[in-house]
Write a protein that binds this ligand. Sequence first.
Ligand code: GLN
Ligand code: ZN
Length: 773
Amino acid sequence: MSDNTPVAAPAPAFAGGTILGYPRIGRNRELKKALESFWKGTTTEADLEATAKELRAFTRGQMAGLGLAKDDSSIPSNFSFYDHVLDASVTFGAIPTRFKGLRAADGSVDLAGYSTIARGEGAHAPLEMTKWFDSNYHYLVPEIGPETVFALSSTRWVDEFVEAKDAGYLTRPVITGPLTYLHLAKPSDDAPHDFAPIERLDDLVAVYVELLGAFKAAGAEWVQIDEPVLVADIDAPHADLLSQAEHVYAALAAVEARPQILLAAPMGGLEDALPVIAASGVEGVALDLVRGTLPTDVDLAGLTVVAGVVDGHNIWRTDLDKALVKARAVAELGGAVTVGTSTSLFHVPHTLKGEEHLGAELLSWLAFADEKVAEVVTLATALREGDDAVADSLAEARAALADRAAHPGTNRADVRDRLAAVTPEDRDRTSYAVRAAAQEERFHLPELATTTIGSFPQTPEIRKARAAWAKGDLTDADYEQAMKDEIASVVELQEDLGLDVLVHGEAERNDMVQYFAELLDGFSVTKNGWVQSYGSRCTRPSILWGDVARPQPMTVRWATYAQSLSTKPVKGMLTGPVTILAWSFVRDDQPLAVTADQVGLALRDEVTDLEAAGIGIIQVDEPALRELLPLRRRDQAAYLEWSVGSFRLSTAGAKDDTQVHTHLCYSEFGEIIDAIDGLDADVTSIEAARSRMEVLPAIRSHGYERQIGPGVWDIHSPRIPSTQEMTELLTLAKESISGRQLWVNPDCGLKTRGYRETVASLENLVAATKAVR
Ligand code: GLN
Ligand code: ZN
């Protein structure tokens, strides 16, 4: 049991607790709806502004209502219309040349221009979008060159602070730090070959100095500067990053008229960057003590330390006792300690209210954003006043945790025994040469076999049928028939197009993870648990709370129906264990490796059942393999070992003449070629069109011997690639990969595409293949 006495140290700032950020999308996705109607033109810029203003007011009130102090900068101001990194670009004037025309005389852009930069329009290609560290949030990549003119170009951040202040709230503005901003940026189109955005650090810092002055003048007492880049191993040498940190924060600390600075380092431990920050002259540091380990050997005296002991990145109720032990241990380092979240809460849904269907038990194990704010307040009170002051809350949390640990569903003997009996051989198939011969004999596929990645357009009719079925307006039988009709038409289309290996089209899947989560034991699905993925796009991750098992086959009847309609092979289609984990909220009471293997075993049974039903080609998608790669290099090998191992566990039960495919996208594959090879799939399709087959030479020099399908059609836009274009890409691919090893396919699934461009593009794809064959 933790010690019960208040910490005897100078009072920290935010003594009542704080959070690093709050969800921005709105509990009923108000921002999403407002943005989308603005984009459609059914509402005006003023309407959008009004909704955003209401949302900010509601959010402030909510946080104060949950116990954060209104008057001491504990409440963050972290609103964004689309993305916080884009906001930084717009605020600093760092807008690529192609968008110059969108700017007003004072350098600002209105919301229409802002949307164009984010989403593209006509000739304006948008900023590139990429994943935010190892989360499923996407930010817009800044493009920086020698020509970028950094200048304070937006008053929005300051205006939002003032808006809150006028409403009686002294908030703490949250901004992305200069190191993170520049290290996440890419060189602009105009930049010379050897240019790195970080070369512009001093110019950018000058704008931060000005911004700090503006916040001070508006009355801000604190600002939060987020520097997650300091917890990651990046391409630049680590020593350079440390000296940049030292340089930047000394410069910002030296500004005379400024608010106090809280340097936040979400997503991991600061480690050797912590002494640098502590000595820089900033007044506060927020540590992620969920992902990062407790620092030692560093003097934090004189600093406010926000002990990030409430997980901002996952949805489990906090072990309050353990959290207090951590917070008190940090206090030993000399700082004035208060409690916070480990990251911004924008990674989790707003509230458990409305999720009562999950059942009281599961509900009591969870904490979404609002519940986490309450936990923070409880913990901060315990630190200040001793545990007795919050005895009831501590007891309640203990009881919920004990209940979770003892729940039969989190500890199933059948699942555990089976996993314990897994041997290394269970992850191995026969040699590829033997398999390839058996598969050749079975399928006789032509050189440059054509296929697609799995999904066909999710039409409004499909969505409507599913919604009606969910509401009870469509019977099971009618829904089943509607999906079968869809499958039949997709199979017929593929036959007409002359594709070699068909798919059933995934019409019956609401989502490639949730579909399986709804059919597996150990998962639950929320009603309204939306989190922002990018801009107005939200996802609703499933909750993986227990031991995973497969009560019955999940895909077999759809796959066999599709196969019954064609003499060509139809691929069975599964989502791999790593991707299922990456796009769910995963239990935190055991290593991810164990959970991944449980999913792997469930999928293994599905593979066996598909085989028994006559499905000869089975694809197991792992688009998220790269996403969970740890931010620190030293942790990456262990991750790749278990992630690849769980994939192999799911597929290695396949017979020699069953052809296993996998599909990867969203990645820079260069750094994980070993792992891709390690998956041991017979055929691997990857995204490659936009990068013009860039990864293939590396795959060749790696000595990759199995088959590969580099995408020849970038499916992320409605644009139809010409036969000529795809012929060129295939010719380029053949320079690295022999025709015998090469497949022809799009970059990814077609679910977000329409039929018009799907049919035309696939026609061209088949024509290009014929030309190259
Ligand atoms: N089979 C899935 C599809 O075609 C793969 C999706 C993905 O890679 N994200 O939609
Ligand atoms: Zn994909």
